[in-house]
Design a binder for this molecule. Sequence first.
Ligand code: UGA
Length: 426
Amino acid sequence: MRITLVGTGYVGLVAAVCFAKLGHEVIAVDREPVIRGLKENKLTVWEPQLEPELADVYAKGLLSFETDLARASSDTDALMIAVGTPTRSDGHTDLGHVHEVLSLLMQAGTCPPLVIIKSTVPVGTCDELEATLLAAGLHTEVAFNPEFLRQGSAFSDFMEPDRIVFGCKTPQAESLLRQLYEGIEAPVHVCDRRSAELIKYASNAFLAMKISFANMMSDVCEGYGADIRHVMSGVGADHRIGPEFLSAGVGYGGSCFSKDLQSLLTTGKLIGSSLPILEAVAKVNEQRIPRMIAKLISLWGNPLGKRLCVLGISFKPNTNDVRDAPFLTLLAQCERHGIEVQAFDPIVRQVGAKTVQVMDSPYAAAAQADAIMIMTEWPQFAELDWPYLLHLMRRPYVLDGRNLLPSQIISQIVEVDGAIYMPVGR
Ligand code: UGA
């Protein structure tokens, strides 16, 4: 197939490369500076495998880049839209970028027979977009095909998904979508567009709920001297529950969970539903960083002027993404309490905030610190020379916000004079 894909952010770029790998001819469209960077293999997102895979399909001529949408979509089988859909301050989803794409199509007066929305959009959006195109004389079906990939494991998630969802109206659209995904072995779930739009939100909301549930239970474990890791592995062993997304810690971050939860809450309000479970999920998550700060204060007494070494800036390992990272919330709260922050991350080298010093090594970040807080579960943090790290500090206190450190490292830590190791939920 020949497809045009608009939007080369995280999802769009990975999808473009993967569809090209499947043998389709893909034209990726974005603004001029972004396309210029992509042609030189300068990527704005960091994802394992992305650079070499992109270079490979580009060299084979399966992936090309374009800035002119009308030209790029004049002779293609389908147009896929993967532009950003951020949440506005009033809680509604900002569909501005999606509408911009439609305006360009309407100006050009042509559109491929199928428009596939990959961006996460509120329920009812595809119906509205199709009506808009029709009113402009463009007879095109708008289908919804959500993406479930995770940052850091985007390629395997895309090529080996648990399921593929098609929200479409006609057998012709379904057939084109099936052709597009030929070569990927996964159950295909075909349904109406509104249900497909909700599948995406409900999936992210459910995952966030699992995390908040584990975090809530971790507070109970702390209160009663139980171990959240045992509790959740015992709970997750029930196949009806499943073991994943039950790791307690500093709370979920990233550009998806909070945004999608907020958007779903707003969608509910529009029909008079308050969706109380989701309110609680968000609330539990918001309490995670204040709880970590309270632990620090319990160790220090007065936090004013203390220095905190933070290991991990990105919202999860294997990405440089700091959007909605728990680190940013921690930073804001440290500033309020007069706590100095020195941070280290294997990939993130700068943060748009003056209140943190980003250091070149974990050892530099630990120098003269009054505590270390592990914010992101980068596996390499478990391989550091912990006795030496503690030796560099003013106070040898370690808050393991991700329960990352294995027992042999914990034994080394607690052997150091005056050292305190504080995990989450045990
Ligand atoms: C999430 C979903 O997992 C994807 O399926 C979805 O496609 C994507 O959002 C999206 O909508 O675009 P992502 O945000 O990349 O993917 O990352 P996750 O692996 O889901 O992690 C999100 C946050 O939850 C991270 O901060 C992570 O540290 C945290 N988390 C995850 C926990 O605190 N505990 C866990 O057990 C699992």
